[in-house]
Design a protein around this ligand. Structure first.
Ligand code: F6R
Length: 625
């Protein structure tokens, strides 16, 4: 949700900033801009539209200089226009600022600046207020008087940033440069991620390490309320309140190659095809054939504590919550622990009754989703043990949780989440297995589950081989105006997830429902031009699903069915198109049934000419509420 890249070094900043922005484009793509400083002042290029348009602008008039900041925007305050594109400037035009987050009290700050005659605003953004405020404080303080000696320009700018941020209510990741202060930039964060990349005679700032990993793999993940002053060969981290701040330089665990598309036309397709490996990596070292259970040391809980858990709340947003909903079925079935999956955005503001031994799981691929982070903080504030299931190991949710399980799925760049979903479901299966084996599950039950989990990577390979035939089905339904998705039990959340995938990347109207709900109202929608997709593996409710399909068929609704190998015969005359996946245990089937539907949404979106990796209005990591 907005991407920031900053550079101070000896190289030309422009290509480095542009390259970084391209890597961060998944965070937002409404407008983009750079501010590069050289001996003559600040050179700015910015425009509404994608990074490619900014690149054209920069090619026409190349900005030159060895330090600068840049931004790709996902609009929150103010329309998508050239003027609202970042960077924004103070009244002197010498200070440039880029921002990710939301300044909630911007209106009050703006009115004050206008009243005092300190600023003429050229944009409708909340960000411009911050640029003016920092600029004003820089220009008016720390110059020394009879009693105090003047401070250096660098110290004055750090002090101005600190003083301005102390007035701000809201969230921010920012980068600031000033044309009077050569080879110097400042970064700060609260609620929006910011990473310092430590190079050799060059340093970087970025919202995400993927922007800078081609240049350095040494990174400092800044904490909330950190302010970092960055020069070519040094940096200093202090806290918003003043005084030093703790930090650690860590090695980034992936390389620039890992975040390329390889031979795939889109990240989404690459990530769908990575699932045999990502699923394997989610369980690597976590299955114990001896104990017939899972080993999840990162939970930081003793066996007695695990056994004493009386209730579980699983929270997250979007795809992560859909995985959580499968977790709800899994944990209740295998461990009989009452479990509730709850939208993070609702949970954090609701007064959910929680009994003493409630365990909370916050699920998030990015680990930066504002609503999920808010839910985690609320749960911790109330004193509940709160665990994270995250992919990004350096993320705020991973760092603030009391323990958890990493997905190890590798970077997910496609805006539509795919491999993170299956990894999340695998991890929730491990949690359910562990809790179940602490209670009533036998060793035989445990072994059967482990065997089914170990078979998954090979079975996913089988499903991926169906890509071309799924493409043909997608083409057949390309003129549909919308679709309905139905599933029961463990596969009901798959219907929700499949509908979300279709909506996000094809822009078609889609809804997911429990199959049996059909007759309680949804059936009124059924007509010959509205396809229904049933997720009906050969499980305990297969025959019930079959009944529901008959009800659709009787009303001339076209049916696509995702089922288990060997069921096609039973669906003859009912389903128009059948996609079969390998057989597994009922509660593990979502990991296999969701993949054809990821492929279905992907192929349909390509057929409709959609921008699969950067769908309209979306951003990968939603760091605003
Ligand atoms: C859907 C999608 C979103 C995310 C949601 C949570 O394809 O990507 O619904 O799942 O924004 O994101 P994370 O998992 O990063 O918290």
């Amino acid at each position: 949700m907005c991407g920031i890249v900053g550079y101070v070094g000896r190289s030309e900043a422009a290509p480095i900033l542009l390259d970084g922005l391209r890597r961060l484009e998944y965070r937002g793509y409404d407008s983009a801009g750079v501010a590069i400083v050289n001996g003559k002042g600040v050179e700015t290029r910015k425009c509404a539209g994608r990074i490619a348009e900014l690149a054209n602008l920069m090619a026409e008039q190349p900005p030159s200089g060895n330090y600068g900041i840049s931004h790709t925007r996902w609009a929150t305050h103010g329309k998508v226009t050239d003027d609202n594109a970042h960077p924004h400037f103070d009244a002197s035009g010498k200070l440039a600022l880029v921002h990710n987050g939301v300044i909630e009290n911007y209106q009050a700050l703006k009115e004050e600046l206008i009243r005092d005659g300190d600023a003429d605003f050229v944009s409708d953004t909340d960000t411009e207020v911050l640029a003016h405020l920092i600029g004003k404080l820089y220009d008016t303080s720390g110059r020394g008087n009879g009693n105090t000696p003047p401070q250096s320009e660098k110290s004055r700018l750090v002090a101005a940033v600190r003083a301005a941020l102390q007035q701000v209510i809201g969230t921010y990741g920012i980068a600031v440069v000033h044309s009077d202060i050569p080879d110097f930039m400042i970064g700060a964060r609260r609620g929006s991620p910011l990473v310092l990349g430590v190079g050799k005679e060059e340093n970087f700032l970025a919202s995400d390490v993927s922007a800078i990993v081609a240049y350095t793999r040494d990174a400092v993940y800044l904490n909330d309320f950190d302010i970092v002053a960055v020069e070519r060969d040094r940096f200093e981290i202090s806290s918003l309140a003043g005084g030093g701040a703790d930090y650690r330089v860590s090695k980034v665990e992936f390389t620039a190659e890992d975040i390329g598309k390889g031979d795939f036309p889109h990240y989404m397709l690459k990530e769908i095809f990575e699932q045999p490996n990502s699923v394997r990596d989610a369980m690597r070292g976590r299955l114990s054939s001896e104990e017939c259970s899972a080993k999840l040391g990162g939970l930081n809980m003793t066996p007695a504590e695990l056994r004493d858990v009386e209730r579980i709340v699983v929270t997250g947003c979007g795809t992560a919550l859909h995985a959580g909903r499968i977790g709800e079925y899994l944990i209740e079935q295998l461990a009989q622990v009452p479990t509730e999956a709850e939208f993070a955005s609702e949970f954090r503001h609701r007064n959910t009754p929680m009994i003493g031994n409630t365990l909370v799981f916050a699920i998030s691929q990015s680990g930066e989703t504002a609503d999920t982070l808010g839910a985690l903080r609320e749960s911790k504030r109330k004193g509940y043990r709160t665990l994270g299931i995250c992919n990004n190991v350096a993320s705020t949710i991973a760092r603030e949780s009391d323990g958890g399980v990493y997905m190890h799925a590798g970077p997910e760049i496609g805006v539509a989440a795919t491999k993170s979903f299956t990894s999340q479901v695998v991890i929730l299966t491990l949690v359910a297995l562990l809790l179940g084996r602490m209670r009533h599950l036998s060793t035989a039950d445990g072994s059967e589950i482990i065997e089914a989990l170990e078979a998954l990577p090979g079975q996913i390979e089988q499903v991926l081989k169906l890509s071309d035939s799924i493409k043909a089905v997608a083409k057949k339904y390309a003129s549909a105006n919308g679709m309905l998705f139905f599933g029961r039990q463990h596969n009901y959340p798959v219907a929700l997830e499949a509908a979300l995938k279709l909506k996000e990347i094809t822009y078609l109207f889609a809804e997911g429902h429990p199959s049996a709900e059909l007759k309680h109202g949804i059936i009124a929608l059924i007509r010959p031009d509205l396809p229904s997709v049933f997720i009906a593996p050969d499980d305990a409710v297969f025959s019930k699903n079959l009944n529901n399909m008959e009800q659709v068929k009787a009303r001339k609704g076209p049916i696509i069915c995702v089922t288990s190998d060997g069921c096609a015969e039973k669906l003859k005359g009912i389903a128009d198109d059948v996609i079969s996946v390998p057989r597994t245990l009922d509660f593990i089937s979502p990991i296999l049934t969701v993949i054809p539907l990821q492929l279905f949404a992907y192929h349909l979106a390509v057929e409709l000419g959609r921008d699969v990796d950067k769908p309209r209005n979306l951003a990968k990591s939603v760091t605003v509420e």
